[in-house]
Structures are given as structure tokens and as C-alpha cells.
Design a protein around this ligand. Structure first.
Ligand code: 4AD
Ligand code: MG
Length: 462
């Protein structure tokens, strides 16, 4: 007999004479002539109530073993439920234990702290919260592909191992084939990285952008979606050393077209989650963030705001706030400033653009003022920066000059410069942090709780 998922059983239009469910026991409650078992299989938030009558052979021994966490299967009739909050329940005609779980099973019905659940990252997907988070994560990954594929963007697999530091922040993890105990040394005794992987220094990628640009300058519209790595030792709720990024890149697109694309993309993801993960989002609204539903509605209903970096600085200076990090033209916006702009000033997602050239990587297009570049950051309430992007410098001479200003070796980026040598075009792109997007859609406040196995300082046990 074929297994039915709990989700499909709940969606059944009529009773069924015979149904087979398989999953894990969430709770068991024993009554006089039968036991109630809540069986959960991860297909949806709600478990299915199974009624096991005491007339089943071996009833007492079976119920003794049907403890929270045990895997079980139940075959029986799907019937209308008398209980509140559920349409159907299953009256078991056959019930079996597949795998026992003893009393050390750490997930009990009572609420556990997020910190505790992080320590059992291998079991936390069985909890309501994490089941919901990871169903939404899966759905949104699919929605990412749908959005771009339906718009004619091609998916490009950019490399994980690379020699280039796209963001120039020096936050790269080294990939090495060197024998750490006995590395080759040059004449002066220094470790000889020339003999490292590929005959040069290699790293885990911080961004697929530079390689993505080569494909945009051929296929016109492309996107990447993969893991990226940053060796920043920042212990915040928004930074991970390994995170997933979506990076579209489009030829013949300017900065404002790029902003339009980013806005349509974020709205598409919110709308998709609303439509396809309604039950899970309701759970987040109830137990994680009471403002969530209102915030997501708001995002869908209105156009995002836009303001230049220079205007943003004026707003911050005029705010009369006592900033922890005082801010003036030329300074990086800190999280407190980003959140003020999105949460208190605009009360809406806002794209800040035209940042000082000194704050941004070498590849951004320089504006006519010579001081600013065509950068854009999308800031959202509750999180701050969720997207970073720009129009790229397509003029060879200006690009080479920027490389020198950033102390980059032109020879290392000859292939990148070639894109400007042969048929250069204006082009733009951006990167959306997938985990930050998930935090925004679920209301979950810590990045460690929206990625299956968080790679943050001090968390590599799994
Ligand atoms: O602003 P970033 O560094 O931009 C880039 O990497 C560009 N190359 C993207 C492009 O234009 N193609 O990173 C983009 C986004 C950020 O806005 C943030 O959402 C996320 O990636 N991000 C992180 N997410 C989690 N942990 C970290 N350590 C992150 N660093 C960046
Ligand atoms: Mg950024």
C-alpha cells in the first residue's frame, strides 16, 4: 500500500477507507479505550491525529513503545474528526513501531530555547519551528529559479574555488594543498604560496559576481545561486561564514533598472511564500513575530523608497539621534543607521544609491562627480542590508585606474578587463543574501536559525 503524506491527508475532500501514514510520534495521550497519537512527517506543520483502539493486538506493548520521537506507521480509516482545529483523523487498524526512541530523546512537546535547539541541529528540523523554516527555505529556493527562468535569465554555476577577491575586503578562506606541517618555503624562509593550489593562492569564493559578469557579457541575462564564504569574524545575528547568495547580472541594464529588478525579485519571493507557505507563515506570525503579516502586506502593497547616500547622510544628521557610531559623508552606514532609515524614517524598504567611491569595491561604475559610484544597497526593516549591488564600470581605462587605486594587480584580472576590451556594454547586477531574505520572510531574528547547519564563529560541530 502506498504511503500518503500528512499534508495530502489533511487536504482530502472525503473520508477514505484505507490510508497509510508514516512518520514520527510528536505526542501520545492515553484514554480509556484508545490512545491518541500525533503523527508528524514534516510534510506540513500540523500532525495527524491517530486513534489507536485498545482492541489492536499487542496494544499495551505498542503504546509503551510509541514514545515521542519514535518512528511509526499507521494504516486505517480517514474519518471526520470531532476535535477542534482538524478536519480529519485516522482510526488505526494496523499500527507498528518502525524505530524506537528512548527517554533521552531531547525534543519534547514543551517549547525549547533556540540556543538549545542549535546544539541539536541534527534533530531540530523535527520541531514545529524548524520544520516550518526549512519548508519555506526550500520553497523560496524554487521561487528564485522560477523568477529568473520566467524572465529569460540563465543559471550559471560559478566556481567555489577562485583566485579573485571580488569584494576586496580580505575576508577569504584559503584553499590549500600545502602540507601545513611542512610547507614549501622561498629563499627568505617565507611560505611559498606560488606552489599552492593551481600554482597560485586560491580561496573559497566570496561572490560569483566577476565570473557571472563574463556570462552576462555573452548570454545577456544570467543569475547564480550558490554558497559563498566570508572569513569575517563577526559574531552578529546577521553574519555567517557560509551563506547562500543569489546574484543576477544583466547586460544593457543601468543602476535604476537594477533597482527595479531587485524590487520585483524581493516582492516575488514574499508573494510566493504568502501563497505557498501560508500555514507556516501563520505560525511565524503567531509565535515568532506578531508584526510579520502586517509587514509583509506592507512590502507587497507599496513601491520601495529610494534615496542617494548623500540624502541618507543628511537624514541621519538631521535626525537628532545620539548615534553609537556618529556618521558623516564618507562614512560607512552602520547597522543602526540602516535600520533607522528603513524602520523609522522611510518605514519601508529603501534603496540607498551612489555611495562614496572609497567605501566600495573596484568594479563599480564611477559617476561623473568622480567621488561616488553607482552602488545600491537595499535596506529592509528589521534587518538592514539585504541586497548589495551596482552598475559595473564598463570603461577599460577607468576600470584599470580603479584597480590600481585598490592595489589590485592588473595581471590577475586580465580576463575581467578583457570584457571591457572586447565589446564592452553597460551592465549591472546585485547579490541577495538568501538567509537574510529568509529572516525577513519568517521573522526569525538570528541567521543561525534559517540555515540548516550554521557556520558561524564557534559552531562547526555539525
Ligand atoms: O554586499 P555584498 O558583499 O555584495 C556582493 O558580494 C556583490 N558581489 C553582489 C553583486 O553585486 N553581485 O553581499 C551581498 C549580500 C548582502 O547584501 C547580504 O544580504 C549578504 O549578501 N551577505 C551576507 N549574508 C550573511 N552573512 C554574511 N557574512 C554576509 N555578507 C553578505
Ligand atoms: Mg554589501
Amino acid at each position: 500500500m502506498q504511503r500518503t503524506l500528512v499534508k495530502d491527508a489533511h487536504a482530502s475532500a472525503e473520508p477514505r477507507d484505507s490510508i497509510l501514514l508514516q512518520g514520527w510520534v510528536r505526542t501520545r495521550r492515553d484514554a480509556k479505550a484508545f490512545s491518541f497519537i500525533e503523527l508528524n512527517d514534516g510534510s506540513c506543520l500540523k500532525g495527524m491525529q491517530i486513534i489507536v483502539p485498545d482492541t489492536l493486538p499487542g496494544y499495551a506493548a505498542l503504546m509503551h513503545r510509541a514514545a515521542t520521537g519514535a518512528s511509526v506507521e499507521a494504516r486505517g480509516r480517514l474519518v471526520a474528526s470531532q476535535g477542534a482545529g482538524q478536519k480529519w483523523e485516522v482510526v488505526a487498524e494496523h499500527f507498528a513501531i518502525v524505530g524506537d526512541a528512548d527517554a533521552t530523546y531531547p525534543l519534547q512537546k514543551k517549547g525549547h530555547s533556540l540556543e538549545f535547539l542549535r546544539e541539536i541541529a541534527h534533530l531540530r528540523p523535527r520541531s514545529n519551528l524548524f520544520g516550518a523554516v526549512f519548508r519555506v527555505r526550500s520553497r523560496l529556493a524554487y521561487a528564485v529559479h522560477r523568477f529568473f527562468q520566467e524572465r529569460g535569465f540563465h543559471y550559471v554555476h560559478t566556481p567555489i574555488i577562485t583566485a579573485s577577491d571580488c569584494e576586496g575586503a580580505g575576508e577569504m578562506f584559503r584553499v590549500s594543498t600545502l602540507d601545513a606541517a611542512n610547507p614549501p618555503r622561498d629563499a627568505a624562509g617565507a611560505v611559498d604560496f606560488v606552489r599552492d593550489f593551481f600554482g597560485r593562492q586560491s580561496f573559497l569564493t566570496v561572490s560569483g559576481q566577476l565570473e557571472g559578469e563574463t556570462f552576462a557579457c555573452a548570454l545577456s541575462n544570467i543569475y547564480t545561486f550558490g554558497p559563498t564564504f566570508r572569513a569575517e569574524n563577526s559574531n552578529t545575528s546577521r553574519h555567517a561564514a557560509e551563506f547562500w547568495m543569489i546574484e543576477p547580472e544583466a547586460a544593457f541594464l543601468d543602476l535604476f533598472g537594477n533597482m527595479d529588478l531587485a524590487e520585483a525579485f524581493v516582492k516575488h519571493l514574499v508573494r510566493d511564500a504568502r501563497e505557498h507557505c501560508a500555514e507556516d507563515l501563520e505560525f511565524f506570525s503567531k509565535f515568532v513575530d506578531k508584526q510579520l503579516a502586517a509587514r509583509l502586506d506592507f512590502v507587497l502593497e507599496r513601491p520601495f523608497q529610494r534615496c542617494s547616500y548623500t540624502e541618507a547622510i543628511e537624514i541621519l544628521e538631521k535626525s537628532g539621534r545620539n548615534w553609537e557610531h556618529p556618521v558623516a559623508w564618507g562614512d560607512n552606514l552602520q547597522s543602526e543607521h540602516e535600520r533607522f532609515l528603513a524602520e523609522e524614517h522611510f518605514k519601508c524598504p529603501v534603496t540607498v544609491y551612489n555611495y562614496p567611491r572609497t567605501l566600495k569595491p573596484f568594479y563599480m561604475k564611477v559617476n561623473d562627480d568622480g567621488k561616488t559610484v553607482r552602488a545600491m544597497d537595499l535596506l529592509v526593516p528589521g534587518i538592514g542590508e539585504i541586497i548589495g549591488g551596482s552598475q559595473r564600470e564598463e570603461r577599460l581605462d577607468v576600470l584599470l585606474e580603479a584597480m590600481r587605486a585598490h592595489n589590485l594587480n592588473e595581471k590577475d584580472y586580465w580576463w575581467y578587463a578583457d570584457l571591457r576590451r572586447y565589446g564592452t556594454v553597460p551592465h549591472s547586477g546585485f547579490g541577495l543574501g538568501f538567509e537574510r531574505m529568509l529572516m525577513f520572510v519568517t521573522g526569525v531574528a538570528n541567521i543561525r536559525d534559517v540555515i540548516p547547519f550554521a557556520r558561524t564563529p564557534g559552531s562547526a560541530e555539525f
